[in-house]
Write a protein that binds this ligand. Structure first.
Ligand SMILES: [Mg+2]
Length: 224
């Protein structure tokens, strides 16, 4: 049987990164006695992108005694303890693989934090392959990112695969340019014109999985 490929973005697609970071910022500011007004500032520093260098700036601002590397390690452990993936989404990943899909994760970010989240949520053990951009120096929306992610799942691009994600440029524009069908996880937003839209829009990842399972059933019927 021909196995279809689907790649999922991680942050704000399979896991709620925004909510996790808000919880973390509250814990971090309480732990270091920084006061409530600093919570929003700390959050803004890690919200856009969090890398070890982010903690150089945080360490300097608050005159913390630990090194940036130590702060980064603690951050990775804290986030792993806070992050979760909804049970119905985890079950959906199992259902996709049981239905014959190859399932992968294609995510931008640093390897240790992304891998820590994937392990802590149980996503790691439910997918065929993972690509974290820093591991290969290939960020979404570059085609190379999607090609390497597909390869980690034992698949190739241009074979009817899908990309599911929340970012219009990185996930949807990038996925389309790589020859993938696209599903946009809107998280309550409307599509930003004038970018060409996705093939399908859903409110959350579980709805994307349901759409794919239906698609696979149709696909099986028409090719039977
Ligand atoms: Mg995302």
């Amino acid at each position: 049987m021909h196995r279809l490929l689907v790649l999922f973005d991680l942050d704000n697609t399979l896991v709620d990164r925004r909510g996790t970071l808000a919880d973390w910022a509250a814990e971090f500011t309480a732990r270091h006695d920084l006061g409530d007004e600093e919570r929003a500032y700390v959050l803004s520093m890690v919200a856009e992108r969090a890398y070890p260098s982010t903690f150089d700036a945080i360490r300097t601002r608050y005159r913390l005694p630990m090194s940036a590397a130590e702060l980064w390690q603690v951050y990775c452990a804290d986030i792993a303890a806070l992050v979760s993936c909804p049970a119905e989404t985890l079950e959906g990943l199992d259902e996709l693989r049981a239905a014959g899909w190859r399932v992968g994760v294609a995510t931008n970010g640093a390897s240790d934090i992304q891998r820590a989240k994937l392990r802590a949520t149980g996503i790691s053990e439910r997918v065929d392959g993972v690509l974290v951009s820093k591991e290969a120096d290939a960020r979404k929306p570059q085609r190379q990112h999607f090609a390497l992610a597909a390869a980690r799942c034992g698949a190739v691009l241009g074979d009817g695969g899908w990309m599911v994600g929340d970012n219009p440029v990185n996930d949807i524009g990038g996925g389309r340019s790589a020859g993938l069908h696209t599903i946009w996880v809107s998280n309550g937003r409307s599509w930003p014109p004038p970018d060409p839209g996705p093939d399908h829009t859903v409110p959350h990842a579980r709805a994307a999985i349901d759409h794919l399972l239906l698609h696979a059933a149709d696909h099986a019927r028409t090719t039977a």
